[in-house]
Design a protein around this ligand. Sequence first.
Ligand SMILES: *[C@@H]1O[C@H](CO)[C@@H](O)[C@H](O)[C@H]1NC(C)=O
Ligand SMILES: *[C@@H]1O[C@H](CO)[C@@H](O)[C@H](O)[C@H]1NC(C)=O
Length: 204
Amino acid sequence: MKIVIIVLAMATVAWAQLPSPCITPLEMTFRANQYNHEDDIFNRYFIAYDAINKRQAIFEEENVIIPGRQFHEFLILNNENVMYDYNLKTKTCTKSIPRPWRNFAIPPNATFENEFSIGGPSEMVYAQEWSDRIPFRQREMWLGVFSLKDCYPIREVVIANSNITQTITTNFYDIVQGITNPDDFIPPTECLNAEWAKPSRYFY
Ligand SMILES: *[C@@H]1O[C@H](CO)[C@@H](O)[C@H](O)[C@H]1NC(C)=O
Ligand SMILES: *[C@@H]1O[C@H](CO)[C@@H](O)[C@H](O)[C@H]1NC(C)=O
């Protein structure tokens, strides 16, 4: 009986210590590098993210000189159910149906995985790792690391459509709270008469 009570007490303590997911800011401007496993390519982006109006402006950033490489702006407007793919070099624009909107945030029922510091002595940031794993039942299809204090996204891995080929890993950096330039969400003029086409990049 004593043992049962002790075990129960320990379980209660362990349960009470489990953190609940923090709330990621709904509007952020940041840079990111994204590895798309399907295309086997790293991309660097500057991103304006507005979860209130379900829209994202994603600007491809040059990091190395690759001759002939095309640079794109992707404007995702989920409330209008359109994604524009604007080629900054040729000044042409196509449109497609965007993927369902997904916040860069921790689902309320996510599984707590870990808490740790990033960096090293005298320059540490504390972070928590969460996933959508259901212990003993379902492996994770999403894993995210968020800063402890203000819940900024640090890293995210998404396996889209339960298909390991469609995995995207995103590293977030240089995050600023809010939208620094609201004009980023205005479609380029060339996009107003855009034709439907397969987008050059998928975002999950
Ligand atoms: C969270 O809830 C959703 C919707 O009910 C469910 O599909 C998912 O499996 C749950 N995830 C976890 C980790 O419990
Ligand atoms: C997984 O995704 C790849 C790339 O989009 C596709 O070719 C493949 O058919 C998908 N596999 C399944 C089982 O849907």
